[in-house]
Design a protein around this ligand. Structure first.
Ligand SMILES: C[S@@+](CC[C@H](N)C(=O)[O-])C[C@H]1O[C@@H](n2cnc3c(N)ncnc32)[C@H](O)[C@@H]1O
Length: 360
């Protein structure tokens, strides 16, 4: 099966030669008319995937508490630029704001900025966050200067990656070219890649990925925090070996698909290389820790118990199921990881170290 965008990409390759997987991913997700993240809402049961804030209100509530805590640690600046990258339906931010209504002065200080390219999702965010009048941007660079509090859940995994394969001759890049019948196909570039110095040594057969977009965004966030102060919380897919494997995957209708199949109609994502992001940020970072450890340390089990106290039996079971999905080691608990980018070398923020024991 093919798509209109596949035809446009094939024409570009016929005219100008094979493109990198990063260029293919940028087109497939970001093409102004046909890109996956430009079209009607992809999230939720009817879409291609579900995210942590859509699984339970507890996720956004605890992230909100974390952001409010960091705002206090920063000396309660007003205004503070509260930024979310890729806010989806606005669920995380709505839950975060509801949970922090009681934090004296916090809401009055917030100047909310949302980085989002998808028009249908912007409309959903407008509806979910109507009381706080956000400002939207196409890119992080558009957010005005000033102390920063930033959150990004499942954003970096959608940024384009280049992919490399180690041959006996050295590292070569995996490209998207054309098969004899004119369809898209993967092929290795004939020459050694200039990225070899970044990739280091590895045995033949090894795979690697680099997200230049992810690294430059992390550098921009780090530079902003270094200059104006602030904190960023990045939550995403990312096993420890991310960057040293070929992780790019395609999902359509909650099922795996071929990477090149129906670009524009298929979600593409890659594991996030948190080590590379932390290095690019150039300011102190904490983590990555697993999402399970992060949420448990912030008290998700206590929060679930409180919600269950007031809930009927069927809802109590749903809360237990959501909790297991968010922190279970066989579910999102270990597959997702959390990195904090900060402006201080003081103690680790909440969630990044075991809290003091309750024992007195
Ligand atoms: C996987 S969804 C995650 C949504 C939300 N954070 C959540 O957890 O439910 C990715 C989000 O990032 C947005 N997005 C993806 N690529 C983007 C880009 N290059 N620039 C701005 N927004 C982008 C999508 O439209 C969507 O809102």
């Amino acid at each position: 099966m093919t798509s209109e965008l596949a035809g446009l990409i094939a024409r570009r390759i016929a005219l100008a030669g094979p493109i990198s997987l990063a260029d293919f991913m940028a087109e497939a997700l970001g093409h102004p008319r046909l890109g996956y993240y430009r079209r009607a809402a992809p999230l939720g049961a009817a879409g291609d995937f579900t995210t942590a804030p859509e699984i339970s209100q507890m996720f956004g509530e605890l992230v909100g508490a974390w952001l409010a805590d960091r705002w206090q640690a920063m000396g309660r600046p007003a205004p503070v630029r509260l930024v979310e990258l890729g806010p989806g339906r606005g669920t995380l931010m709505a839950d975060a704001l509801r949970a922090t209504r009681g934090v004296a002065g916090f809401h009055a200080a917030i100047d909310l900025h949302l980085v989002e390219t998808n028009e249908p999702l912007r409309a959903a965010q407008r509806a979910a966050l109507s009381s706080v009048r956000p400002t939207w941007h196409e890119r992080f660079d558009g957010v005005p200067a000033g102390p920063l509090l930033l959150v990004a859940n499942e954003f970096f995994d959608a940024l384009p990656v280049r992919q490399f394969h180690r041959t006996p001759r050295g590292w070569v890049e995996r490209m998207v070219g054309l098969a004899a019948d004119g369809s898209l196909r993967l092929a290795l570039a004939p020459g050694i890649t200039p990225f070899s110095a970044l990739l280091g040594d590895a045995p033949p057969g090894a795979e690697a990925e680099i997200s230049e977009a992810g690294r430059s965004l992390a550098a921009a966030i780090g530079a902003r925090i270094g200059r104006d102060g602030g904190w960023a919380l990045i939550v995403d897919y990312g096993v420890p070996e991310a960057g040293r494997a070929a992780s790019l995957q395609a999902v359509r209708g909650h099922r795996g698909a071929d990477i090149l199949d129906r670009p524009g109609e298929t979600d593409l994502s890659a594991h996030v290389d948190f080590t590379a992001l932390a290095a690019a940020a150039g300011v102190p970072c904490f983590g990555p820790v697993s999402q399970g450890d992060f949420l448990r340390r912030l008290g998700i089990e206590r929060r679930a118990a409180v919600l269950k106290e007031r809930a009927p039996a069927v809802q109590r079971r749903a809360i237990d199921a959501a909790l297991a999905r968010l922190i279970g080691p066989d579910q999102m608990g270990t597959l997702f990881r959390v990195l904090a980018v900060g402006d201080t070398r003081s103690a680790a923020p909440a969630g990044f170290a075991e809290p003091p024991s309750d024992a007195t």
